[in-house]
Design a protein around this ligand. Structure first.
Ligand code: PEP
Ligand code: MG
Length: 593
């Protein structure tokens, strides 16, 4: 979105609010800090893979540059975007690329070392020339080389380690793996040019409890290292050089918000019960065992979604069965007797493992993801299933599979579980043979066959983040089409209704663990639809509880009956919003609604 100039040099960049809170500080622009490459030799049999890595990095760099060029051209005109033509040309320069490939193949240099040394030589020779045009080309090559190296080394997390004083990170993009290792003592907030509310990076920011804004278009190109900024994670704004007036206004607002939040704290040990006595299980989504204190501090009834894939990322090897067992058992023990729903790993989409060489795909969200990966890499899956089965005796453990598309897949996954349990039984290792196993409902085909699935599992957990993306064909991480991502689209409404009815006919409970569950304006809709459990990021739980405690279930059910007749997302949204507003106006104020 275009930024607007206001008085006194203040500039506002509008994006998408991803995690609540307001912070003021110096900006750290990710990607403006040089990647330093050390020499590394690779084994002869790895040269093909290394050339492929280089090619993929060149493609990724090209994609980034084209996107930035388009944005700059939209916002500032073609003249300003022309500089990127020179950068794109560098990526096509055969002399540079062929020499790098030669060094990989013949001198067995790693892709980053080969590319870095060749690019540096080019830069050096051009920089020494008198011709101004060629000297500029040297600067282009340096810039592009850093971009390629960054794509090759996935150095965002590494780069952030160099941050000294607390600051606000601004990046073109941050992978969930990078967000996962953010040090909260140094990073007080972050914002990105791309991404949307349900990207795993945004989800992670909410879990970390630091303000975040995504989808800021080209802000990372227009803000300088060390600039003073205000990041508004409620309104989705990045304000460069905030004026005294702006700071004053935000100061007042912050006081009011703190007051409201403090009033929720006393609800910690109260149940999430509607005004007409209907109890909702209000649970937490977690990524790591370290999140357990937050679960307890926010009065959760348990964990409704443990995203175990974060145990697998940011490392060079796979976690062993023992290591996984310890992580799962620790969470189960610390939260017992509260239930903990462990989701088997959801690799792919926007989460990748560094320890497994997985070829990049054109459409990763439609590709080799989650249960599809596990049912092929049964070695990796079996290890996890054994670890979860063992942890099932440590507390109240349930397990569920992500991305189930139909009964066949559920049966195959259950067969793997049975085999893992049989191995444990044969070895005399304890496990709970009655551990409830559920299916995530996040693929439209699963929602449409919910009646069949309900007969073969003990619970459903609806992953609305993916269900919406797949049903509406709207990439959940693409800010350009974020306005088309409509949780209250009549199609989603009907699918949810169908899923709840199918589950209840079969006598099994339904949870919602997608971001919809923590969206205050949509909670009345979910409760009216008959959802039994809501699971959301810990920082959202107390406000959600406050809302539920002010809501009449009968009114929500009646609202859903009216919503059946509606034809537009905005109409259904408005009905749910009105109930939320009446139930807890201060929650809606806090949510910035
Ligand atoms: C979902 O898709 O709604 C969900 C909870 O899973 P994830 O966000 O991890 O894909
Ligand atoms: Mg999902």
């Amino acid at each position: 979105m275009a930024d607007e100039d206001t008085s006194g040099g203040e500039q506002r960049f509008t994006g998408i609010a991803a995690a609540p809170g307001v912070v003021i500080g110096k900006v750290w622009v990710q990607g403006r800090n040089d990647v330093v490459v050390s020499p590394r030799e690779i084994p002869a049999e790895q040269t093909d893979a290394e050339v492929l890595r280089l090619e993929e990095a060149l493609i990724a760099a090209r994609r980034q540059l084209t996107e930035i060029q388009q944005k700059v051209s939209q916002d500032m005109g073609d003249g300003n975007a022309a500089v990127f033509d020179a950068h794109l040309l560098v990526l096509d320069d055969p002399s540079l690329i062929e020499e790098a490939v030669r060094r990989i193949r013949h001198e067995r240099h790693s892709a980053e070392y080969a590319f870095d040394t060749v690019a540096s030589q080019f830069v050096k020779s051009l920089a020494e020339l008198r011709d101004e045009y060629l000297r500029e080309r040297a600067a282009d090559i340096r810039d592009v080389a850093q971009r390629v190296l960054r794509c090759l080394t996935e150095r965002d997390a590494e780069e952030m380690k160099a941050i000294g004083e607390p600051c606000i990170v601004l990046a073109y993009d941050l992978a969930p793996a990078d967000t996962a290792c953010i040090d909260k003592t140094k990073v007080i907030g972050f914002c990105t040019d791309i991404g949307s509310k349900t990207s795993h990076t945004a989800i992670m920011a909410r879990a970390l409890g630091i303000p975040a804004v995504v989808g800021l278009h080209d802000a990372s190109q227009r803000v300088l290292q060390g600039d003073s900024v205000l990041l508004d994670g409620y309104g989705g704004l990045l304000i460069l050089n905030p004026s005294e007036q702006t700071l004053d206004a935000y100061g007042q607002l912050e006081k009011r918000r703190h007051g409201i939040e403090a009033s929720f704290a006393r609800l910690r040990d109260e149940p999430a019960v509607t005004t007409d006595g209907h109890r909702i299980a209000l649970e937490a989504n977690i990524e790591m065992p370290d999140d357990v204190p937050d679960v307890l501090a926010n009065g959760a009834d348990g964990v409704g979604l443990f995203r175990t894939e974060y145990l697998f990322i940011n490392r060079d090897d796979l976690p062993s069965e023992e290591e996984q067992y310890e992580a799962y058992a620790e969470v189960a023990q610390k939260l017992a007797p509260r239930p903990v729903v462990i989701r088997t790993m959801d690799l792919g989409g926007d989460k990748f493992l560094s320890s497994l060489q997985v070829a990049s795909e054109m459409n990763p969200f439609l590709g080799w993801r989650a249960i599809r990966f596990c049912l092929e890499r049964t070695d990796v899956f079996r290890t996890q299933l054994r670890a979860i089965a063992r942890a099932s005796v440590a507390g109240n453990v349930k397990m569920m599979y992500p991305m189930i598309s139909g009964v066949e897949e559920l049966r195959r996954a259950n067969a793997e579980l049975a085999a893992a349990q049989a191995e444990l039984a044969a070895a005399g290792i304890a496990f709970d043979g009655n551990m409830p196993v559920g299916a995530m409902i996040e693929v439209p085909s699963a929602a449409m066959t919910a009646d069949l699935l309900a007969k073969e599992c003990r619970f459903f957990s609806v992953g609305t983040n993916d269900l919406i993306q797949y049903s509406l064909a709207v990439d959940r991480v693409n800010e350009r089409i974020a306005h088309l991502y409509q949780p209250t689209h009549p199609a989603i409404f009907r699918l949810l209704l169908q899923v709840v009815e199918a589950a209840h006919r079969q006598g099994i409970p339904v949870a919602v663990c997608g971001e919809m569950a923590g969206d205050a304006a949509l909670v009345p809709l979910l409760i009216g639809l008959g959802v039994d459990e809501l699971s959301a990021s810990p920082p959202l739980l107390l406000s959600t509880k406050r809302l539920i405690r002010g809501l009449s279930r009968a009114a929500a059910v009646e609202m859903v009956a009216r919503a059946r007749e509606l034809t537009e997302a905005s109409e259904i949204q408005a009905l749910s919003y009105a109930l939320a507003q009446a139930a807890a106006p201060e929650v809606m104020e806090l949510a910035g609604a």
